[in-house]
Design a protein around this ligand. Structure first.
Ligand SMILES: Cc1cc2nc3c(=O)[nH]c(=O)nc-3n(C[C@H](O)[C@H](O)[C@H](O)COP(=O)(O)OP(=O)(O)OC[C@H]3O[C@@H](n4cnc5c(N)ncnc54)[C@H](O)[C@@H]3O)c2cc1C
Length: 325
């Protein structure tokens, strides 16, 4: 019988939405594969009440909750996951595609001698491979594992499946046996960039800007809009290459893949490499002074105009609207 292990990533004790979404996707995959067993591994202290109603299906979550593991440690996390995977004789390990997972998955692939596959979905084919968009989403390629044991790094852009709240999840505290705290580099300091704004990879609303914002100062307008809406800032590669925004905010083929409910594309032309990262967005609002810009082809609402004129008006109207609420 197949046994799946899902890594539930926490930061500051909060389990990432991408991990919860992944858990529910893996439950769906398990149901299709003769009811494979699904377990989770959560490392570090976390308020487990947040899992209530957010996780579908049956399963066990192994929790290594010691306070020493609050901050991410490459060696320790690798050891705990390896230990759990082997102890439970799992056949597949699933990660949501995040920075932490990209760090862990290759290491675990070597330790477990498992095939590492990254993609957007697990294919239905017998081989149990993954599907991955190639050539900026023009084609879907299927990648097949060579080994029996596999590690899947699945893009976190899929919308949350409609699941019935409240699966039957059992929590088991674990203290990994084969992981030594010796030789582990202690985390001395964690630098948190910008408190108060959601992570662009997880945000429900993204206000993204491109070269058309004209400079780093142009993004101040986008920050105002994002704050009013409770959204996150995103950027095109052109804006990042110009040094106006950090790479962590880049959306697209060589940046993050996002799936917000609402996406503002301001001064962004809509190159295929950018669309590759935001193709799963719900409602797209584009503001561009070139009415023939390709971004309008994917936009639900288009405003043909200068961002420096349109955005202040939009912000003022929104403030007025929010005042009346
Ligand atoms: C291998 C590869 C990977 C790539 N990966 C990525 C990626 O991950 N993400 C990504 O975004 N790009 C990526 N690119 C780059 C991509 O091809 C485009 O060059 C980039 O997306 C363009 O960014 P932009 O839309 O901000 O700039 P531009 O294409 O220069 O567009 C600027 C837009 O702003 C509009 N504009 C200008 N001034 C104003 C104004 N005052 N008001 C309103 N509108 C205005 C213009 O009409 C124009 O449409 C990649 C390219 C390659 C080759």
């Amino acid at each position: 019988m197949n046994k799946f292990l899902v890594f539930l990533e926490q930061r500051e004790g909060v389990v990432k939405k991408a991990s919860l979404s992944l858990w529910n996707r893996v439950q769906e995959i398990a149901a299709l594969q003769n009811n494979a067993v699904v377990s989770g591994i959560l490392i570090g202290p976390a308020d487990i009440r947040q899992l209530d109603g957010a996780m579908a299906g049956d399963g066990v979550v192994y929790h290594a909750k010691d306070d020493r593991y609050r901050l991410y440690s490459q060696e320790y996390y690798t050891g705990v996951i390896e230990d759990t995977f082997k102890r439970e004789a799992c056949t597949a390990l699933f990660f949501a595609d995040t920075a932490m997972s990209r760090d862990l998955a290759p290491r675990l692939s070597v330790r477990l001698q498992a095939s590492l596959l990254s993609g957007s979905a697990v294919s239905d084919a017998d081989e149990g491979g993954v599907l991955r968009p190639v050539y900026s989403g023009s084609f879907l390629a299927s990648f097949v594992p060579k080994r029996h044991q596999c590690i899947f790094l699945l893009s976190s852009n899929a919308p949350l499946p409609a699941y019935s709240a409240g699966g039957n999840i059992r929590l088991i505290d674990v203290e990994p046996q084969n992981v030594s705290m010796e030789d582990i580099f202690p985390v001395v300091r964690q630098i948190v960039m910008r408190v108060g704004m959601p992570d662009v990879a997880e945000a429900r609303i993204i206000v993204a800007g491109g070269r058309g914002m004209g400079g780093a100062e142009g993004f101040a307008l986008l920050e105002q809009l994002a704050l009013l809406l409770g959204g996150a800032i995103g950027a095109s590669r052109a804006a990042v290459d110009e040094g106006w925004r950090p790479h962590a905010e880049q959306i697209g083929q060589t940046g993050k893949t996002v799936a917000p409910a609402l996406y503002f594309a301001c001064g962004i032309s809509g190159a295929v490499q950018h669309l590759a990262g935001m193709g799963s967005a719900g409602i797209v609002v584009a503001i561009n002074r070139d009415r023939h810009a390709p971004i309008f082809d994917v936009a639900d609402y288009g405003l043909a105009g200068d961002v420096h004129i349109v955005l202040p008006k939009l912000i003022d109207s929104l403030k007025e609207f929010l005042k009346k609420q």
